[in-house]
Design a protein around this ligand. Structure first.
Ligand code: MOS
Length: 755
């Protein structure tokens, strides 16, 4: 009942773009209210221990200070963490800001200074004197390995390793080719441009409009209402525009708690914005140590896969992600053992960060695959091709689709892979060693329950609404496109309202599921409006559509018409006038199809090709070319889709070469908590990135054929870079990020052995 693609599939610019570039899109810290107060957080300067004394007298005397909160005077929050369940809940006890005198990690909030200006709050915060009895910090994962454990309460059953299959130990021992290696990845910190901030605007009647930087306005809303016992009807939370998040905004952050706590106590509007340094005391991609052992026969067919993954968690929660299970389904192999553990450190609870788990585990697996290719003596791409499988061996389910062969083929062709010489250190230009590497990427194609409303007004314009978030991904635009397409309109005829807790129920934006989920809800709501139009049309005397079914009609050029004959139909305005309707609004509620999920697994796939140039004397690595070929089902908007992949690749380059939270393990404190010393790729680090979307038809992953794109762009990139560095230099560096010191150390060794 829908037209062939007219709006969906076009590379349209995002509808929120002009608002963003002109500064008119409001972010959480940009809202104000008359008489608004400002909060500033004081963070602990020890990683573990207890607070023995807090002296706030000097700070309180500072001009403009209204009140200082510590654990000693914090208003009671009826903490109902047993009743309220964070959509992204973890086993354990979420942080309760200012709950008691215990310190669990460096940077933990220990006081909130509220003043009549931001500057006063900040300056007074520096005068709060906190005395600690510091404990001995344990922040080094390598040293705490002995205390690792299997999470007793799974965050998600699907994160737990599948049962071992076959006999991986015996198959490993018998195979002619084996590799086994340990891979470490340092912790990474989410650093979206927009700082975490909440502006709690209190109305005279005690109701609230809260602007919160988050990936889910309703998750924040329910959290606030539960812990402060607020009537849900009196609170609206908005995240109209989000300046990046990458998973850091999935769970409510302490600035939301503080802004609302102070506002309720002081009966004033309050804004709390974090500093850049504080952003490093929040969620992070945990430090990991992994061992991968692979074995193959003489042709390269995998005989055994063993993958053990360990990563850090905090003292108070068992953070978990799916790190290693990918190794059981990426390639065909009948002997597989996967194990997964976590270890407690004196650190903040880690959190989901773009492709959580996969970015970590597949970095290890895909570097190991490259090692195996060299052990067997075949082309690394060929090794992947011959071990392809169109089945999820972990769950023994068929796949909804897997156009990975096309990714390998089209990516290789665009990159020029066939020109590659197999031997390491065989390509050089002047001082630069040139290397080409490849890796596979995988992410889940998920759907979550979603609701949306579509309203058609008598002027022929549409309004789409849902609580959904756009964290920079393009949600506004693609939801508008889907609605426009259903009514044969252009995108400019559609108003999209999202980022508001009072709108139809939507889960947090994460896991790459928003396009598939909210997109389906919008399409279903649009169909419902058309069905209502048809019913109204059939009540008209001598209606030409009297016998038509919902499947037989569509909207074209402002008329409801027969799909097979556009001459037969009635203008929408006539239908609405005849029925006496000013508008038609329908509310769709969709859920993933359980019968499909029972039978099929759904994943997105990619093949990443990377060229590096390594300065032999300086050890500097440049990523000069990347081709990322992605199979992600139907692409709703090639422009916003490409941007997602570009961003993912850039983050992947950061993971490979730059990003690393550096902790002084003697104090347990992070040392490089600023964007000068925590390196992320800058413009000068990014050269050519080519994105290919291969054709992939999938009617099962989601009803609209979409698989999601937020995460897949990062997956495999770090491995492809490390494999390219090996090809360039002949040195295998298994510790990420691959910084200059590691390259220099390894290449110096390599040159010596060659002499
Ligand atoms: Mo994504 S890490 O689920 O926001």
């Amino acid at each position: 009942m829908f037209n062939s693609s007219k709006v969906v599939g076009l590379p349209l610019s995002r509808i929120d773009g002009p608002l963003k570039v002109t500064g008119t899109a409001g972010y959480a810290a940009e809202y104000s209210a008359p008489d608004m107060l400002h909060g500033y957080v004081v963070c602990s300067t020890v990683a573990t221990g207890t607070i023995t004394k807090i002296d706030t007298s000097a700070a309180e005397a500072f001009p403009g200070v209204v009140k200082i909160y510590t654990y000693e005077n914090r208003p009671k929050a009826a903490w109902r963490d047993s009743k309220w369940k964070d959509e992204v809940a973890l086993p354990g006890h979420p942080l309760r800001p200012l709950n008691n005198d215990r310190i669990l990690f460096d940077g933990q909030p220990v006081a909130l200074v509220v003043a009549d200006s931001f500057e006063a709050a900040r300056d007074a915060a520096a005068l709060v004197q906190v005395t600690y009895e510091a404990g001995e910090p344990h922040t080094d994962l390598a040293r705490e390995q002995g205390d690792s454990y299997v999470p007793p309460v799974p965050r998600m059953q699907a994160f737990m390793p599948p049962k071992p299959r076959g006999d991986s130990e015996a198959a490993f021992a018998q195979a002619p080719h084996q590799i086994s290696a340990e891979y470490t990845i340092e912790g990474e910190h989410h650093n979206p441009m927009e700082l975490f901030a909440t502006t709690a605007i209190r109305h005279e009647d005690g109701s609230y409009l809260i602007h919160d930087k988050s990936q889910g306005s309703q998750n924040s809303h329910d959290y606030i209402c539960n812990i402060f016992s607020l009537d849900p009807e009196t609170v609206v939370v908005r995240n109209s525009y989000v300046g990046g998040a990458f998973g850091s905004g999935l769970r409510p952050k302490h600035q939301l708690f503080f802004a609302v706590m102070a506002s309720l106590d002081l009966k004033r509007s309050v804004r709390v914005e974090m500093s850049r340094q504080e952003m490093f005391y929040l969620t992070w991609r945990p430090t990991s140590i992994q061992t991968v052992s692979l074995a193959a026969d003489d042709k390269g067919h995998l005989q055994s896969v063993m993958h053990h993954a360990l990563h850090a968690t905090s003292r108070y929660e068992d953070y978990q992600e799916n790190v290693a299970n990918w190794s059981g389904l990426a390639y065909k192999c009948d002997n597989v053992t996967i194990s997964y553990e976590i270890a407690k450190l004196d650190v903040p609870t880690p959190g989901d960060m773009r492709a959580p788990g996969a970015a970590t585990g597949i970095t290890a697996l895909e570097t190991a695959m490259d090692e195996l290719a060299y052990e067997v003596g075949i082309d690394p791409l060929e090794l992947r091709v011959i071990n392809f499988i169109h089945r999820d061996q972990n769950t023994d389910k068929d796949l909804t689709s897997k156009a990975l062969h096309a990714c390998y083929r089209e990516g290789a062709e665009r990159f020029g892979w066939s020109e590659r010489s197999h031997e390491p250190r065989s390509m050089r230009e002047g001082n630069e060693l040139i290397g080409w590497g490849v890796a596979t990427g995988i992410w889940e194609a998920q759907m979550s329950p979603a609701e949306a409303k579509v309203r058609l007004s008598s002027d022929g314009k549409l309004t789409v609404s849902a609580a959904a978030s756009d964290i920079g991904t393009g949600t506004y635009t693609i939801l508008g496109q889907l609605a426009a397409e259903a009514f044969d309109l252009s995108l400019s005829d559609v108003t999209v309202k999202i980022g508001d807790s009072s709108l139809p129920k939507t889960t947090v934006e994460g896991g790459s599921w928003t396009a598939a989920s909210s997109g389906t809800a919008v399409q279903v709501a649009a169909k419902m409006v058309i069905a209502t139009l048809l019913k109204a049309a059939q009540k008209i005397d001598n209606s030409p559509l009297a016998k038509a079914t919902e499947e037989q009609v569509e909207v074209a050029e402002g008329r409801l018409v027969l799909e097979t004959n556009h001459q037969v139909g009635i203008a929408l305005s006539d239908i609405m006038a005849a029925a006496g309707l000013d508008e038609i609004e329908e509310h769709a509620k969709i859920e993933p199809d359980k019968s499909i999920q029972k039978k099929y697994s759904a994943y997105t796939h990619s093949a990443v090709f990377v060229e590096v140039r390594v300065d032999e004397e300086l050890g500097q690595v440049r990523v000069t070319r990347v081709v990322d070929a992605v199979a992600a089902g139907r692409i709703l908007n090639p422009k916003t889709a490409r941007s997602q992949i570009l961003g993912g690749v850039v983050m992947g380059i950061g993971m490979a070469l730059h990003e690393e939270g550096m902790v002084d393990h003697r104090t347990g404190r992070i040392m490089n908590h600023n964007l000068a010393e925590y390196h992320v790729p800058a413009h000068a680090d990014i050269e050519e990135i080519d994105v290919i979307f291969v054709e992939e038809d999938d009617d099962k992953a989601s009803p609209i054929g979409v698989k999601g794109l937020g995460e897949i762009g990062i997956v495999g990139v770090a491995a492809a870079v490390s494999n390219a560095i090996f090809h360039a230099t002949g040195s295998r560096i298994r510790s990420f990020p691959i910084t200059i010191d590691k390259v220099l150390g390894a290449t110096a060794l390599e040159s010596e052995t060659l002499q």
